[in-house]
Design a binder for this molecule. Structure first.
Ligand code: SF4
Length: 632
């Protein structure tokens, strides 16, 4: 505990020692530790003590910039006990002044931006025109002096960007320099889980993988995050853009008598056919050889010649990228994406992927990665790893799904907040079970009545959490917000971050008189916003957020059933309770907080092992009595 910068609270010494011991033994550790346990500082202290003892470095992966900031603030406190240097990294989109000021560039992928940046740096080094002036500015900088000042002040990423802007130098290059010197590097997930970015990062940090002690914060996101980065798709929009590229850059033959446009046309027809024949509700399974056989029959060719065509399409895409790049545009080519898609799709490992057709505004064929281990196996090369979140249980499920070894330590630290400050009620007269809602139209009305009664009867800030936008829309269409006598704010689909924060701020300001906010479970509000004290006192949860039985979901369940014989637990029950706990967890963020939750679904009783539940027939009266009892 020599580096721990605060008087330790219950369980913190244990937390720190467990992390240190595991990292010293090059092991892996999965920790569930709720709000208020001080998990950032405990994890950092334990990992740093191990890193300093063995000459290694700590890489702390976060999902958001505010978590990254928290890491640096804790490093500052630790630095008061012993000199420790830490830096927070962010991608070029957030750091590069050229990209931040250019709308087209700011939509670039890391790969595209890296290419632009590389060229601009090379021009400076070769003394050619068109180089980057912020990179050039670095040539006159006393880098050693700058690094020394950073050692003293330990700036957050935002502070560092401001300082670099003031000096007209590139923050991204400065961050790379600092990473070399730093003992702690905080970075977004992509820095480790996207292989080409990971290789660059290790290079900047100047250490091999086995010298990296990894901390993954909010780790409950990791399985889905890694599945998504390994998945790829071909959409109607992409095919339309390929057609446009043939108009601008030509329509070369990619096989005897087959032009790029013909291939594009063939893919479009097959996409529409898949939508017609396999789509059920929002997605559908596509037979594994559907696309390959369809194209072979359309062009009377073999599977080998299809592979050759895909290669030629990629080559044409590369020509387009170069041409755009030469015009000073983003080096993007949808033709290249088409070639890459076909090439991967034809050679897919069918144990780890399923082939889907997905509906919606921009329908697509999608290769969905069901096994996160395709990406997370890289973790095993580290010198040790800690995976932590407030909602990670069952911990063995997490360990299995990302492929950690069986001897991984699994530990839970209890919440330090008084248990009696939160009460979770549930009613037994309603359920959001699909069949019940279909057979009983009064079911939704009964839930709406509960929501209206609580929102009108308890004059405290209240969030109503829905399992889906569809159910929230139904409540709004039925006029529920008009029946509530307080202002109702709504988290809308696809809201821009600034707009969302505006809604949240208005809602928070309404405390203590209280307003109402409709939000979805699994969304940005239920998973990422803190509402301390009176900013949130009541949560009404409209049903359990079980995943919809889509083809993708069924494929996941089948995969985990085959591999662990726990398909339902790992892919339905586990994710649902984590979302629910995240939502209810918004109520209590400090030891002074008092909050009541009401769950409108009798099926919640099966989660009695995770939540202390109190059945109620009179929710309004019981919630009011709870606040009186707590002296509020
Ligand atoms: S050197 Fe820095 S400022 Fe210049 S293009 Fe690259 S990231 Fe942007």
């Amino acid at each position: 505990m020599e580096l721990f910068p605060y008087p330790p609270r219950p369980h913190q010494a244990d937390f720190v020692r467990t992390v240190e011991r595991t990292m010293l033994a090059n092991g892996h550790l999965v920790v569930e530790s709720g709000t208020g346990t001080g998990k950032t500082v405990c994890a950092l202290t334990g990992a740093l003590q191990a890193a300093l003892a063995t000459g290694r470095k700590v890489l702390y992966l976060t999902r958001t910039n505010s978590q990254e900031r928290q890491v640096i603030l804790e490093v500052r406190r630790i630095n008061e006990k012993a000199p420790v240097f830490g830096v927070a990294l962010q991608g070029r989109q957030g750091t590069c002044p050229l990209i931040r000021r250019d709308k087209e560039l700011s939509a670039g992928t890391p790969d595209e931006l890296s290419r632009i940046c590389q060229d601009k740096r090379r021009r400076v080094l070769e003394g050619r025109s068109g180089g980057c002036r912020f990179f050039k500015g670095l040539q006159d900088l006393d880098m050693e002096g700058f690094v020394d000042r950073c050692r003293q002040t330990l700036p957050t990423a935002e502070e560092l960007i401001d300082q670099c802007d003031a000096l007209n130098i590139c923050p991204h290059e400065v961050m790379k320099e600092l990473a070399k010197e730093a003992r702690v590097v905080a970075a977004p997930y992509a820095y480790f889980f996207v292989p080409f970015i990971r290789n660059s990062l290790l290079d900047w940090m100047g250490c091999p993988m086995e010298d990296v002690l990894l901390i993954i914060d909010e780790a409950h996101n990791l399985p889905d995050y890694t599945r998504e980065i390994e998945s790829f798709q071909l959409s109607r929009y992409m095919l339309e853009m390929v057609r446009k590229e043939t108009e601008e850059f030509g329509d070369p033959d990619i096989s005897k008598g087959v032009g790029l446009n013909d291939l594009c046309e063939g893919c479009s027809k097959l996409l529409e056919e898949a939508l017609r024949d396999y789509l059920i509700d929002e997605d559908g399974l596509v037979p594994p050889s559907f696309l390959e056989e369809g194209l072979m029959s359309a062009f009377t060719c073999t599977s080998r010649s299809l592979q050759a065509m895909a290669k030629l399409v990629m080559e044409q895409g590369e020509v387009i990228r170069e041409a755009r790049f030469a015009q000073g545009r983003l080096p993007r080519s949808y033709t290249h994406s088409l070639g890459a898609f076909l090439s991967y799709w034809f050679s897919l490992d069918e144990e780890c992927y399923v082939k889907l057709v997905v509906g919606g505004e921009n329908p697509c064929l999608k290769a969905y990665c069901i096994d996160p281990v395709v990406t997370t196996s890289a973790l095993l090369g580290c010198g040790g790893s800690l995976h932590m979140s407030g909602t990670l249980a069952p911990l063995n499920e997490y360990r299995d799904s990302i492929g950690l070894p069986m001897d991984t330590a699994l530990v839970s630290f209890p919440s330090p907040f008084p248990k009696e400050n939160r009460r979770v009620f549930y009613v037994q007269d309603v359920s959001t079970k699909y069949e019940e809602m279909q057979s009983s139209p009064e079911m939704v009305e009964a839930m709406e009545d509960h929501v209206v009664q609580v929102c009108n009867g308890v004059r405290r800030n209240t969030v109503v959490f829905f399992p889906s936008y569809a159910l929230m829309d139904r409540f709004l269409a039925d006029g529920v917000s008009r029946r509530i006598s307080r202002k109702v704010h709504v988290e809308e689909r696809g809201m821009a971050q600034l707009e969302l924060m505006d809604v949240v701020t208005q809602f928070k300001r309404a405390a203590p008189e209280g307003q109402v906010l409709f939000a979805v479970m699994g969304g940005r509000i239920s998973e990422g916003i803190d509402f301390p004290e009176e900013e949130l006192e009541v949560a009404v949860v409209v049903g359990i957020p079980y995943p919809r039985p889509t083809a993708k979901q069924k494929a996941l369940m089948h995969f985990y059933e085959l591999r662990f014989h726990r398909g339902w637990e790992y892919t339905v029950k586990g994710p649902a309770i984590r979302k629910l706990l995240q939502a209810i967890g918004r109520l209590i963020r400090t030891e002074r907080d008092v909050g009541a939750a009401l769950v409108l679904d009798r099926r919640i009783s099966q989660f009695g092992d995770r939540l202390d539940l109190v059945p109620t027939e009179h929710p309004l009266q019981d919630i009011q009595a709870f606040f009186r009892e707590r002296g509020r």
